[in-house]
Write a protein that binds this ligand. Sequence first.
Ligand code: SF4
Length: 325
Amino acid sequence: MPDPLIAIQDLGISFRGRLGYFRHGKRFWGVKHINLRLEKEATFCLIGESGSGKSTLALALAGLQSFHQGGLIFKGQKIRRPNDAVHRAVRQKMQMVFQDPIQALNPFRSLRQSLEEPLSARGVRAGQRREFLDPLIREIGLSDRLLQRFPSQVSGGQKQRVCIARALSTRPELLILDEPLTALDGLIKTRIIRLLGRIKEKYPMACFIITHDMDLVRAMADQVGVIYLGRILETVSGASLFSEPAHPYTRALLSTSFTPGIWTGERILLKGEVPSVRHLPTGCIFHTRCPEASRVCETRIPDPVRLSSDHTVWCHLYSPHRERS
Ligand code: SF4
């Protein structure tokens, strides 16, 4: 198997709780034991509910969040500590598009100024910047007139296009998109999904997409990871996610989609509240809400079970030594 663009190895990120203004509480793991591979020029979608650790993981990839266990390997180079020399060099090859385009753009700069920022930071001269950006601007569907405006004078969809164009301007090898559709409404969402598909064909690069939008997953994903309370519960190819979802949590997530064709069965309602990451349930962390939980789930952490070469699930239902009671 060829080396992946990036391998996440046993990654853990912890946080310290607060007991008061001056007193710190115990450390807790926001994400732990994360092992994922992102292949070159492929798209990996990470799905899960809010608060499951998706954005924390994306920020760690981008070098904007410290990690406290494990590491990252980018094209064979090991990143042992966040922001070490390797990570700083690797960061030049990554770009990130944030969830909220309003906060991502400087309100006092024209869209063109914002667009040119990453290139001018790398010392690219004005003439060259135009040469470099003009084909990209046409591809993204932005006009010169629109780029003279300020963020407050354009729509959310147009702002997100500028953010995507800005991220692509340095021709990254990895584009990280953190909930890129959340701030957009229906029609604009569909246009941005089409745009992402088009630019992915035109500019070969890997994408790591954080989302709970199943339309986006269906349109883009080569590989999918399902995360709950900071732990991966299933990894599966984009094609098999919809035809053979294995983990009870994955099935529940898919069943909440209203898009035709994504889920044909009944809606699966999960019982109870999402537990706090500070007090994780024992055994399988999903057992307090799982419709298929049995006694063994309360005490034993499931081992990964490989269902096929690109499908792994962490659930006792698939264990070869299944012990149910
Ligand atoms: Fe549900 Fe048990 Fe599987 Fe966890 S291990 S997902 S509780 S059936």
